[in-house]
Design a protein around this ligand. Structure first.
Ligand SMILES: [Zn+2]
Length: 130
């Protein structure tokens, strides 16, 4: 991932591996957001098995391959969605999620990347390309 070098002080190797399964527009965007706030990448691409497992747990998620997390190009993961968490991760802290969304929006506007946040569906960490 040479395009991301030097960008991501708060991202761990695990975050980078997850981010690498996303569309390059999301990769560039999230790398920039990571300079503004400590964050983690919870999900990039989800395989059929991973998507099915999530759906079976009862979490609101579309079945494979309808989720934007399931997008592929030429058989390679190219997720159109990313799930993020602001650190330290406190799932019930709505304010944290709104702060995260504001950072992501700020950078998406700057980069002219069309992005949708699913906060209105209580999916606070989910951002997807439009
Ligand atoms: Zn998601």
């Amino acid at each position: 991932m040479p395009t991301l070098q030097g960008f991501q002080p708060s991202l761990t190797e695990r975050d980078m591996i997850r981010l690498a399964t996303c569309d390059v527009k999301l990769q560039m965007l999230i790398a920039k957001v990571a300079k503004l706030t400590p964050l983690m990448v919870i999900w990039g691409f989800r395989s059929k098995a991973e998507q099915t497992e999530i759906v079976e747990t009862g979490v609101r998620a579309l079945p494979w391959p309808k989720s934007k997390h399931n997008h592929m190009i030429d058989g390679e993961p190219c997720s159109q969605a990313v799930d993020l968490g602001i650190l330290p991760l406190v799932w019930k802290n709505e304010q944290h999620w709104r702060v995260l969304a504001s950072y992501v929006w700020q950078e998406s506007i700057r980069a002219k990347v069309g992005l949708k946040w699913l906060g209105h569906l209580d999916d606070y960490g989910h951002f997807e390309l439009t």
